[in-house]
Design a protein around this ligand. Structure first.
Ligand code: CU
Length: 303
């Protein structure tokens, strides 16, 4: 069920599996004893009251101490796991993630850029995240890589670290109910070998430019519409109410994981995002076919 891919995820999985096994063993023992007693002392047709046992001090002491020892053991184990997963306190964060309804703002403070919904990390390194929320409580969870942590408005100091032992794409999700589209507040963590990761960082730091004439016209369409009131694109606008689109063409999905990032889906999204993600905090746009095509070409070219 769990597929841990970092030392701390492994530590959490061990605790989970261990307590599960222990719980199952105790359940079987108790159920087995109940069934045995039912059978052993079943009525044999005589109506006389069975013999009554008023108490047994030795048994009672045993079944008080045994569970206390088990609970104390689990407590110690839990403390160990908490130590394994504790974030380093003396380090500035590598990545700041802010939960919005219903998407993730992702900032790389050292490299100096912002992206959304897709986080890249280098393989085998402990990456420190600072977690916060813009509107309501969200919860950041990438099960294969680390523990879950609340993102609380007004408390920008929650931290967590993730690490991935192997390259790959790890899925995460908001794990604190936050409204209508909570289930579609997904997150992708792309773990890459260092060289690939460095290339990605460099790409994000460089402003993407329209690929051709059609895309260049799309940039004008974008600037003339209200998109610029909500979306940032390096060199064009700075708004923060929606996901940063500076490199949206390089992301795998749109709408925090709800659809694949293809030109057809991008057109559908701009025309009527509510059709795809009901209640989403972006209006639909009735554009001419030519304008829509240019806009989609532009956004798609922002790699
Ligand atoms: Cu949420």
């Amino acid at each position: 069920m769990l597929d841990p891919n970092s030392p701390q995820a492994q530590s959490i999985a061990n605790l989970f599996n261990g307590s599960m096994l222990l719980g199952t063993a105790i359940f079987m023992l108790v159920t087995g004893l109940v069934l045995y007693v039912l059978w052993r002392y079943r009525s044999r047709g005589d109506t006389a009251e069975p013999r009554q046992y008023p108490g047994n001090r030795r048994l009672e002491i045993a079944w008080t101490i045994a569970p206390a020892l088990i609970v104390a053991g689990l407590f110690g184990w839990q403390l160990d796991v908490m130590r394994d997963t504790a974030p380093p306190a003396d380090r500035p964060p590598d990545i700041i993630v802010t939960g919005y309804s219903w998407w993730w703002r992702v900032e790389y403070p050292k490299a100096g850029f912002v992206t959304a919904n897709e986080i890249h990390i280098p393989v085998g390194r402990q990456v420190l995240f600072q977690l916060q929320a813009a509107d309501v409580i969200h919860n950041f969870w990438v099960p294969d890589l680390g523990p879950k942590r609340d993102m609380i408005p007004g408390h920008p100091n929650n931290t967590v670290w993730l690490a991935a032992d192997r390259p790959g794409v790890y899925l995460g999700a908001c794990s604190e109910y936050c409204g209508l589209q909570h289930a579609w507040m997904r997150l992708r963590v792309v773990a890459q070998p260092q060289a690939e990761y460095d290339a990605w960082i460099q790409q994000q730091q460089t402003a993407a430019t329209p690929a051709d004439a059609e895309a260049a016209r799309g940039a004008e369409v974008f600037q003339n519409l209200t998109c610029v009131n909500c979306h940032a694109i390096t060199g064009i606008s700075n708004a923060q109410a929606g996901p940063d689109l500076s490199h949206v063409g390089g992301r795998a999905t749109l709408g925090a994981g709800i659809i694949e990032n293809t030109p057809a889906n991008l057109s559908r999204w701009i025309a009527n995002p509510h059709d795809i993600k009901s209640g989403v905090q972006m209006p639909g746009y009735q554009l001419s076919e030519a304008d829509l095509r240019a806009l989609v070409a532009y956004l798609g070219s922002l790699k």
